[in-house]
Design a protein around this ligand. Sequence first.
Ligand code: SF4
Length: 189
Amino acid sequence: MRESTDTRHRALAGQIACCTACPLAAGRTTVVVGSGPVPAPLLVVGEGPGAQEDATGRPFVGRAGQLLDRLLVAAGMPRERVAVSNVVKCRPPGNRPPTRAEVVTCRGWLAAQILLIDPEVIVTLGGTATGWALGRGLRLADVRGRPHLVEGRSILPTYHPSAALRGGPQGATVAHLRADLALAVGLLR
Ligand code: SF4
């Protein structure tokens, strides 16, 4: 009998949680596999866990996550209905961006998650996640705010909530992020 999506997801999460394939394994407290329902119509992908995510094992729980939660609610899609993951599952030391080698080594995990989550729309938060989905060398400002069809799914690049926080609550970046998340929800059938 064919395994259910839930069973396969649990098996995949167990495999990811044991991964030591790249140097980030050495400094982590937990492997932040992801959160949310499987399958899900909307997947949000960030760069990698920060300190609070590393401590709790859940993605986007710090200030950036709280901003993301508020903007998802404003877009009509509360966080509990959204799948959330990251390009790398272990915290880079000092919150530095993951190296190219780390991203490549971890790539198969997110690719496998996408097959199980089977989202219609993937929102990529920031340059690392957007590069993962659309290819490196693109300027985020050039590709954000409109969907890009890749393998039958709409990829919607936008700014990372951390960048929106740096710009302040009245800044243009948070306004773009709010509009892009609303667009992503609007794309769902
Ligand atoms: S970041 Fe990815 S590849 Fe590296 S140890 Fe963690 S799960 Fe494995």
